[in-house]
Design a protein around this ligand. Structure first.
Ligand SMILES: C[S@@+](CC[C@H](N)C(=O)[O-])C[C@H]1O[C@@H](n2cnc3c(N)ncnc32)[C@H](O)[C@@H]1O
Length: 438
């Protein structure tokens, strides 16, 4: 299985490129607009098997996120002739976003020469690279046409120009680079890989995107910019705290913008990060605003013992006393419950009611006011709690404080903050501990 099916789209692009110069501009304008916008992502879904796309982490930037990147780039580098480098360029969408701010020369041929010197990219898939080069050609030709220029350059010659956009391993290229004096663009693959022994910020399975971002930052000369689309888990996940510290060491982080779902076909939350390579002698500019903090004198973690339930049902042996067993499934949608009817033998830690139980999985944005629904659990016997549930046990033992924390969790302010703070699916103990009390 490979990306060969995308070759059909490459042929369509090639046909379009040759039409631009010979047909009246009005007849190709709509087709050009489609080719430079969401069409490449749509054709990817149509022509390349889903399994291969997932394995390669191939999702092309389009729609609102591409618009946002385009706006960010045009604001930052207006008037500067700075090279752009997308080390995982796919069909070139980030390079297209970058070149929308590049100036036109007197003729298409000169523009192609100039843009070719400024645009760098790699991808492992030859068909994606061909599509990227053709789309860059189409973008340049279309802008000349729109200006009223007559085009004499044939597309073959044009597409042949972007020699710095080529097949290759972008991660290896970033790692080999030093002091790149340009703008690194990234929307890397998000798939999981083993961290490897020499990784200082993670162990075990880890998102590839983390490695690309740090390699991209290291490749830059001091003061030069980087803009990246990254999986939200790097911004909000507690297991990527060390990655965030490393990113702060390398970059002066200027913007962190949670963007929600990548697109309506791709159920992964992402954020935009922009920053500049820190001058090694400059002090670290302090922790970046990975999320907005809620003001609070006292936080939930000071009033409640907050933990994940200790029972891993399919792994833990059924020995010890038979005890009531609380699972996410047995919890009502809201309100309160008495002792769970389900029972299980368990020799580990039990929890005495009253306490508040919260499901670990939540769905950001769907229904902001009900992101975290706590359930008051009462009863007289100690309870075994499944590890899909987080429990909040008041240190005072007071049921009144349980009722109060339900109101805190249900508040719109907390829902909105959580939406921003942690857009991925799993609530964490750390996040609940940091919520304001009262
Ligand atoms: C999420 S897509 C993004 C493509 C493009 N940057 C964009 O934003 O539309 C990631 C791309 O990385 C490519 N890729 C995966 N591993 C790579 C590697 N080691 N070197 C270069 N490209 C790679 C995939 O083929 C895919 O096209």
């Amino acid at each position: 299985m490979d990306s060969a099916g995308y070759g059909r789209y490459v042929s369509e692009l090639s046909h379009l490129a040759s039409r631009i110069s010979v047909t009246p501009w009005q007849t190709s304008e709509a087709a050009v607009h489609a080719a430079l916008n969401g069409q490449a992502a749509g054709k990817l879904r149509e022509l390349v098997p889903a399994q291969f796309r997932r394995a390669q982490g191939a999702y092309f930037t389009n729609g609102a996120i591409k618009d946002r990147v385009t706006a960010l780039l045009s604001g930052q580098e207006a008037g500067k002739r700075m090279p752009f480098w997308d080390a995982t360029c796919g069909a070139g969408d980030l390079l297209l976003a970058a070149c929308s701010g590049l100036a036109l020369k007197t003729s298409l041929s000169e523009t192609l020469d100039s843009w070719s010197r400024l645009l760098y990219g790699q991808d492992l898939q030859p068909e994606f690279v061909q599509a990227a080069r053709l789309r860059l050609f189409v973008a340049a030709a279309a802008r000349h046409r729109a200006r009223g220029d007559i085009i004499r350059t044939v597309p073959e010659a044009g597409a042949g120009r972007f020699g710095r956009v080529h097949v290759g391993d972008g991660l290896a290229a970033l790692r080999a680079a030093t002091r790149f004096r340009g703008h690194v663009l990234l929307n890397p693959p998000f798939g999981m890989i083993g961290a490897g022994r020499d990784c200082t910020w993670s162990s075990g399975v880890t998102t590839q995107a983390g490695f690309f971002l740090l390699a991209g930052a290291r490749a830059l000369a001091p003061g030069y910019p980087l803009t990246a689309i990254l999986p939200d888990v790097l911004r909000s996940g507690s297991r990527y705290r060390a990655w965030r510290a490393e990113a702060e060491e390398l970059l002066d982080i200027e913007q962190i913008i949670p963007m929600g779902r990548f697109d309506r076909h791709t159920d992964v939350d992402v954020f935009l990060l922009s920053g500049r390579r820190r001058h090694p002698s400059a002090p670290v500019s302090g922790p970046a605003q990975w999320w907005l903090d809620l003001e609070a004198d006292v936080r939930l973690g000071e009033i409640f013992d907050i933990r994940i339930g200790p029972v891993v049902d399919n792994r833990d042996p059924h020995n010890g006393p038979m005890v009531p067993f609380l699972t996410a499934r047995s919890m009502p949608a809201e309100g309160a419950m008495g002792e769970p009817t389900q029972r299980r033998a368990f020799a580990g830690r039990l929890l005495e009611p009253p306490f508040v139980a919260v499901r670990r999985t939540s769905r950001p944005g769907d229904s902001p006011a009900s992101r975290v629904r706590g359930i008051l659990v009462t009863g007289v016997n100690p309870i075994a709690v499944d590890n899909h549930v987080i429990t909040l046990k008041p240190l005072s033992g007071s049921e009144r404080q349980c009722a109060e924390v339900l109101k805190v969790l249900d508040s719109e302010q907390v829902a909105r903050w959580l939406d921003e703070r942690i857009r991925c699916r799993h609530l964490t103990v750390g996040v609940l501990r940091s919520l304001p009390w009262g």
